[in-house]
Design a protein around this ligand. Sequence first.
Ligand code: F3S
Ligand code: F3S
Length: 119
Amino acid sequence: MSMTYVIGSECVDVMDKSCVQECPADCIYEGLRSLYINPVECVDCGACRIACRVDAIYYETDLPDSELAHLQDNAAFFAEVLPGRAAALGEPGGAATLGAVGVDTPLIAAMPARNIPAH
Ligand code: F3S
Ligand code: F3S
C-alpha cells in the first residue's frame, strides 16, 4: 500500500486551504468543516504540510497518537458512502473539478465546534 499525507483535527473549522493551492495532484478535497487528502491520488510530495499554517497535515508515519484516527478517516471520506450521498466518491481525479462536497465523515461531523484563530 502506498503512503500518504493526512489532514488531522487542526483543520476542522479552520479550512485555510493554503494546502490546496500547493498540491500538484489536486487531491485535497473539501467537505463541510474539514478537508481530506485522497490517499490513492496523493503523490507524497509534502508541499501541503509545509503550507498549512496550523500544522494540520502529517505524513502518515508521523501522526501522533491523538491524530491516528484521521489516517483511516481521510481514506473513509472517499471509500465510504457519505451521509446524503448515493455512492462513495472513490478517486474523483481532481478536487477543483469536483468542488466542495459539503458533507463530512461521521468522525469530523461529531467533533465539537472549534474557535477559529484570527488570521
Ligand atoms: Fe486545512 Fe491547513 Fe489545508 S487548515 S485546509 S489543512 S492549509
Ligand atoms: Fe498533495 Fe500533499 Fe499529497 S500536496 S500530493 S496531498 S503530500
